[in-house]
Design a protein around this ligand. Structure first.
Ligand code: 5CA
Length: 448
């Protein structure tokens, strides 16, 4: 993509309403624009990152055997009356009346709707286990939307729902999600720590939240410092294996880690030696629940158990804050010049900066680099504007592409361009083909 033809409305001034760094950078880098309180338009750069995050989630859900689908954002109130949550949900639910005076609502979550789909179509234990999920917009009329996409009113969420015959099977689904989420967040360059949490309006017995440590986080968290040494990494997991999922789950959840809602100081002190006790703040980027037959009882979602009995299915739900993740990633990865995208979610794989736009040789070298990268299936952003070098560097630093190739007449005389890491600031000079090969290797594509 040539920057001269792209839509990247970068702001010079820091918007006064933005209190935290991720919100400031998302506005300044032209990723989002507020439409009304807690509701945002996703401009091209922000939309690109949102899609990258979505892609990772879909890939990891597929690996775990979960099935994607899509449900509407507007639902009838009837199902929510049936479950008893229409009144219980309170002022956070946006209630709408249609022209026939029917009560509708904008979905804050979808346990009812998915359970209705299930009960209409599944009646035998033979169709279980089943996990369906979607990535869809949600609305919660938060009393204090703030920090940009971090606490929006409209926000993008992955929500998944498992249906199982027995409690043990449903607990396996719970563990499977926990394990799958570990890898999902790591691929986004995040360490998200599973912490025992409170189930709130979703309800249920078992629940973990995933928290990314950050000073600007809304939750206070208490944990054993050993937890931050754990890495899921590249291990191969058989998601059907109860033992394998259980083992990983225990590795990542046996040490003390709680949000303020479930924290008990006496237990913390009894379980964790003083030098390993940490108190910090965290951003909740996901939550998983096991709630048994709460919704299947209420909505009468039963299956034949194979022994002549109809039994309510055991369920859980699992959420990832997709739009919030952009904020969380930026909070975890930035410096005073701007964002530093992890390679897994970067909107463009690298930037190309032409130091002397209009110089035949520099223009030709940039065009060649751009074409070579595109031919490899990579997505570079070429700053081909007639701007000062300083302004071009400032834009690249702000939007945070992890790699930058700088091309100028002086280097080209010696047959080299400069490759710079956004994270370390380190540069090396190398021939253009070698720069392309290096970027290709970083992103795991093979040079032809
Ligand atoms: N039905 C369950 C699981 S699908 C559910 O709704 N869980 S939740 O309430 O925990 O939401 C899932 C995730 O959505 C949260 O962990 C959080 O990361 C994100 N989220 C929740 N509220 C907001 C909000 N107002 N703005 C941005 N993200 C949010």
């Amino acid at each position: 993509m040539r920057l001269s033809r792209y839509f990247l409305p970068v702001l010079k001034e820091t918007p006064a309403e933005a209190q935290i760094v991720s919100h400031r950078y998302m506005l300044r880098a032209g990723m989002i624009k507020q439409a009304s309180a807690g509701i945002y338009s996703w401009l091209p750069l922000g939309f690109k990152v949102l899609r990258k995050i979505e892609d990772i989630i879909h890939q990891e859900q597929a690996r775990a055997g979960h099935i994607p689908m899509l449900m509407p954002t507007i639902q009838s109130a009837d199902l929510w009356r049936e479950s008893g949550r229409y009144d219980a949900y309170g002022a956070e639910m946006l209630r709408i009346t249609d022209r026939h005076d029917r009560d509708m609502l904008f979905t804050p979550t979808a346990e009812e709707l998915i359970t209705d789909i299930f009960r209409a179509n599944v009646s035998s234990y033979k169709d279980l286990p089943l996990t369906l999920y979607q990535i869809q917009w949600k609305f919660r009329d938060e009393i204090r939307p703030r920090f940009g996409v971090m606490r929006g009113r409209e926000f993008y969420m992955k929500d998944g729902y498992n249906f199982d015959l027995t409690k043990e099977d449903a607990l396996h689904a719970y563990n499977r999600h926990l394990v799958s989420y570990l890898r999902t967040y790591e691929r986004m360059g995040l360490q998200a720590i599973p912490m025992r949490a409170d189930s709130g309006p979703i309800g249920g017995e078992d629940t973990h939240e995933f928290l990314v440590l950050a000073e600007t986080g809304e939750s206070e968290v208490f944990y054993d410092s050993q937890i931050t040494d754990l890495k899921f990494g590249e291990r191969a997991i058989d998601f059907d294996s109860v033992e394998q999922c259980q083992a990983v789950m225990e590795e990542f959840t046996s040490r003390y880690a709680r949000t303020d809602e479930t924290h008990v100081q006496a237990e913390f002190e009894a379980q964790v030696p003083e030098e390993r006790r940490r108190t910090a703040r965290g951003i909740e980027v996901g939550q998983i629940f096991y709630f048994g037959t709460k919704y299947s009882d209420a909505l009468n979602a039963t299956v034949n158990d194979g022994q002549g009995k109809d039994v309510a299915v055991h369920m859980g739900s699992h959420g990832i804050g997709v739009s919030r993740l952009l904020g969380a990633i930026i909070e975890a990865s930035h410096d005073d010049k701007g964002i530093i995208w992890p390679e897994g979610v970067t909107p463009f794989h690298c930037g190309i900066v032409n130091l002397k736009q209009g110089d035949d040789e520099a223009d030709a070298a940039c065009d060649a680099l751009h074409s070579a990268l595109v031919a490899l299936g990579l997505d570079p952003l070429y700053d081909d504007r007639k701007e000062r070098a300083g302004a071009k560097f400032a834009t690249m630093d702000l939007i945070g592409l992890p790699w930058r190739i700088t091309v100028g007449p002086r280097g080209l005389k010696n047959g080299v361009v400069e490759l710079t890491s956004r994270r370390t600031g380190e540069s090396e000079e190398l021939p253009p083909e070698a720069a392309v090969a290096k970027i290709a290797a970083i992103y795991g594509v093979t040079a032809a």
